[in-house]
Ligand binder design. Structure first.
Ligand code: HEC
Length: 106
């Protein structure tokens, strides 16, 4: 049995909507956790843009875990001399969510 085409397009549209909703939920989380005080998706501020971070780690499979730990602990020396301060207000799960969102920036 094939799915009638009008139903298929409704499915596709609602999937796209869900995707958009979770992207903005992630942006809201980044805002709530103060990440966006130093980062923007597409411009360098105090820290590198999320697009630049995503591009740098695109082929690095271990990046998500490494970066999630760094988000919580802080660190410097990868993008320049300005350090990222520790972010203890971010739980491990939130750090993983935020990093996956950062790494999906295009
Ligand atoms: C006070 C400013 C500041 C805040 C707040 C901040 N960052 Fe950063 N972030 C930086 C700087 C500066 C760097 C570059 C550090 C380096 O060169 O190693 C950085 C680097 C990063 C990196 C890349 C690390 C690497 O080793 O390549 C990620 C991912 C990141 N930040 C995510 C976040 C997230 C998520 C938050 C919110 C919980 C956040 N940042 C909050 C300043 C900040």
């Amino acid at each position: 049995m094939s799915i009638p085409s009008h139903l298929a397009s409704v499915l596709i549209a609602s999937t796209a909507l869900l995707g958009a909703a979770s992207a903005s939920a992630n942006a809201d989380l980044a805002k709530a956790k103060n990440c966006l005080a130093c980062h923007s998706v597409d411009r360098k501020l105090v820290g590198p843009s999320y697009k630049d971070i995503a591009a740098k780690y695109r082929s690095d499979k271990g990046a998500a875990a490494k970066l999630a730990a760094k988000v919580r602990a802080g660190g410097s020396g990868v993008w320049g001399t300005v350090p990222m301060p520790p972010n203890p207000q971010v739980s491990e799960a939130e750090a993983a969510t935020l990093v996956n969102w950062v790494l999906s920036a295009k």
